[in-house]
Ligand binder design. Structure first.
Ligand SMILES: C[S@@+](CC[C@H](N)C(=O)[O-])C[C@H]1O[C@@H](n2cnc3c(N)ncnc32)[C@H](O)[C@@H]1O
Length: 248
């Protein structure tokens, strides 16, 4: 690890808006099968770590490690691309909302495959051409998100690298884990600075696009334009926004 981990500068206050969503957790834990020993890679503050299994966490950011609650699983300072564990030393390895931050996703996934008999990864598919129109926030207010994913290996390529199947995961309208897509039916949330600071996308696009997007969204909410454009989603309780589980 050479550069300062991003989350050492943006991770303060992470747990204010980023917590385990029980419906997503149920999907992840089911995919872990009967694994007794579990490695959680890019573990952050410990969200989604099952309490009924023997968990070891890996997290490169000291600021994130420091926010793990007392009694959380032991956490090793390391990165996915070079896991300090012997081959096949865990029943399963999991990674949640972290692969998009890894400098070399394929190397990290192959490391998970090396150290564990089962691999479970939760992430969003940003590789199909339609993805930019899938979520109104990216489509209508923050097209700069496209710059963040350019050149990254596609989800299909990641899955092929570890022989994973790809399962869609709908996002509930009241998702309690405040990631970028979580507030798809609660648009006012994105006007809240505290919500945005829990989402790396806002920092990564920079203050100019952030301010422009927030001002435009605020205006459209006030005028009723947002509701007019997005009527259809107000009637559904879970949305297909490209969230996927890779299970190998
Ligand atoms: C959005 S947080 C997700 C944390 C946690 N898994 C969760 O679901 O709340 C992304 C995490 O990935 C970590 N990360 C960044 N680069 C990494 C790498 N190369 N290997 C492992 N973790 C990494 C960050 O430090 C951060 O804690």
């Amino acid at each position: 690890m050479t550069a300062q981990p991003l989350y050492d500068s943006i991770g303060a206050g992470y747990t204010a808006t980023r917590q385990t969503d029980p419906r997503l957790a149920a999907r992840i834990w089911a995919a872990l099968g009967d694994a007794r020993t579990v490695l959680n890679v890019g573990a952050g503050t410990g969200s989604y770590e099952p309490t009924d299994r023997d968990v070891t966490a890996v997290e490169p950011s000291a600021l994130m490690r420091a926010q793990r609650p007392a009694g959380a699983a032991p956490c090793v300072a390391a990165a996915a691309e070079s896991l300090p564990f012997a081959d096949q030393s865990f029943d399963a390895a999991m990674a949640v909302s972290t692969v998009h931050h890894w400098p070399d996703p394929i190397a990290g996934l192959l490391e998970m495959r090396r150290v564990a008999r089962r691999v479970v990864v939760f992430q969003f598919d940003t590789s199909e051409t339609a993805w930019r129109r899938r979520f109104w926030l990216t489509r209508d207010y923050l097209p700069e998100v496209a710059n963040l994913v350019r050149g990254r290996p596609s989800l299909a390529r990641q899955a092929r690298a570890i022989g994973a199947r790809i399962d869609p995961v709908p996002i509930p309208w009241d998702c309690v884990d405040g990631f970028f897509e979580a507030y798809w039916r609660r648009p006012e949330a994105y006007l809240d600075e505290r919500v945005r600071r829990g989402i790396s996308v806002w920092t990564r696009v920079g203050p100019g696009p952030e301010q422009r997007a927030v001002q435009a969204l605020a205006a459209d909410l006030a005028s009723g334009r947002w509701a007019e454009r997005n009527q259809a989603i107000l009637a559904i309780d879970e949305a297909e926004l490209g969230a996927r589980l890779l299970v190998a």
